[in-house]
Design a protein around this ligand. Structure first.
Ligand code: ATP
Ligand code: LTN
Length: 350
């Protein structure tokens, strides 16, 4: 719908963007700065698909009622953060059957060694008993490759931690194209220059994560009240150098992280940020300023979120519109995959 309008006004086709986010907990500042903010800022220039990846979320155990709530809550956050349903198709992955189908078809051309080498899988497998870990956790990146390839996405805007998975999607696309002829666009990962890896405020050596967002002091959640944000930032781990400048010294990663957050939100250069703090009296001043910029960025999002969650029927309607657009693109693509592989299509060949 948005695409045809765009094409009339502009003969150059817009780049197709697809990205995904899991309903696996409360959306945190890293998700926003590393991914969502970029989706919103560039939605006017692109042809946009954003997928709430509930099938990815169930690769680890989820409480059914909680998952249902988190899925709608995530949709409300995405719209509240500025995704406009007339410009961006926002949909739930499980509403669009081609995703699960494409995953199976791509499983059959993906060597298992490629999956066993994925850093995210190795990290999760290290802490999990293999007798309890789901097969879905290993297969996770193939489902993600399907998400991307079904839409012929040119660009996949993600945080740094997902770069390897997008590269795997490229490898899978190239292998399928080699085996069965040109079928897929080979996608590019788009990683923001700043904000691509926001670190945990309680432990700046590991990335801020939605699934740890309930741990006290770990994350700023997009729906936190200003007082809560202030408290979390005040509690953030720093160091004893008392020097407010960017640094790649792991011992100073807490302060570096706070400065990084300030830098993305204000849009200032490294030099301008350091100048802002040249006369600061200490980390107390730094935390106060960082807390303030976060609160002014998130307050309007929180207000819109509360309104949207008050009308679930409207939210579900917007998600149905997104799913219809998604099916219109991914349905024919999955048929093309089947035909190339040699499966007989119901009703005859394309
Ligand atoms: P989980 O804890 O369930 O793995 P998550 O917080 O890592 O969740 P995802 O839904 O897996 O979030 O990721 C959504 C998007 O947010 C992805 O593009 C991912 O790269 C990005 N992202 C996640 N955490 C961060 C972070 N700390 N800094 C920057 N970007 C991030
Ligand atoms: N694995 C991603 C979420 C995701 C995704 C996608 C991102 C699922 N499918 C397709 C980009 C494109 C993550 O952020 N953990």
């Amino acid at each position: 719908m948005n695409q045809s309008v765009a094409h009339e006004a502009n003969p150059m086709p817009r780049k197709r963007v697809l990205s995904g986010i899991q309903p696996s907990g409360d959306v945190q500042l890293g998700n926003y700065l590393g991914a969502i903010k970029g989706w919103v800022d560039r939605q006017d220039e692109k042809d946009n698909f954003f997928c709430i990846v509930d099938l990815h979320a169930i690769t680890v155990p989820q409480d059914p009622n909680e998952l249902r709530h988190q899925t709608r809550s995530l949709a409300a956050i995405l719209f509240a953060a500025g995704l406009d349903p007339s410009k961006s198709n926002v949909f739930i992955q499980s509403h669009v059957p081609p995703h699960a189908e494409a995953c199976w078809l791509l499983n059959c051309v993906t060597p298992i060694g490629w999956l066993e080498r994925m850093t995210q899988f190795k990290d999760k497998a290290r802490n999990e008993n293999r007798e309890r870990m789901s097969t879905g956790l290993l297969d996770y990146p193939v489902l993600m490759a399907g998400d991307i390839l079904l839409y012929s996405a040119d660009e996949v805007p993600v945080g740094e931690d997902q770069k390897q998975h997008v590269e795997l999607a490229r490898d899978i696309a190239e292998r399928f194209n080699r085996l069965f002829g040109d079928t897929f666009v080979v996608p590019e990962p788009i990683i923001p220059e700043a904000g691509a890896r926001v670190m945990g405020l309680d432990d700046p050596s590991r990335k801020m994560s939605k699934s740890f967002a309930d741990i006290r002091g770990h994350a700023v959640r997009l729906i936190d009240e200003p007082k809560e944000i202030e408290r979390t930032i005040n509690r953030a781990v720093t160091d004893s150098y008392n020097e407010i400048r960017f640094s790649d010294d792991p011992e100073r990663s807490g302060v570096n992280n706070l400065l990084g957050i300030y830098k993305v939100i204000t849009g200032k250069t490294t030099e301008e940020v350091e100048n802002d703090f040249a006369s600061a009296r200490g980390y107390g001043d730094l935390k106060r300023s960082v807390g303030e910029v976060i609160i002014s960025e998130l307050a309007p999002i929180r207000a819109r979120y509360v309104q949207l969650m008050d009308d679930i029927a409207e939210l579900d309607r917007l998600l149905s519109l997104g799913a219809a657009q998604a099916i219109a693109v991914s349905g024919p693509k999955v048929d093309e995959m089947k035909e190339r592989i040699g499966l007989v299509l119901q009703g005859g060949e394309l």
